[in-house]
Design a protein around this ligand. Structure first.
Ligand SMILES: [Zn+2]
Length: 70
């Protein structure tokens, strides 16, 4: 119910983040998870945030994958 309430607003501060979710390398990734393999979800609006363990913080979704994994 609260999720629908918050979704009515254009601006969400994303203060209610869910736990970090890490996908296995072999898992087919999509969306935010495709960037670093780890992401968290805003419990209020459902937006996904890619998380970079190397930088220990959330990174922007627009960022390209610079590292080439052999
Ligand atoms: Zn949000």
């Amino acid at each position: 119910m609260m999720n629908r309430f918050f979704s009515l607003f254009v601006r969400c501060w994303h203060v209610k983040r869910g736990p970090l979710i890490t996908l296995r390398p072999e898992t087919k990734r999509s969306g935010a998870a495709a960037i670093t393999g780890t992401y968290s979800v805003c419990l209020a609006c459902g937006k996904e945030f890619p998380y970079d363990w190397n930088e220990m913080r959330t990174v922007k979704a627009q960022r390209r994958q610079e590292k080439k994994s052999a």
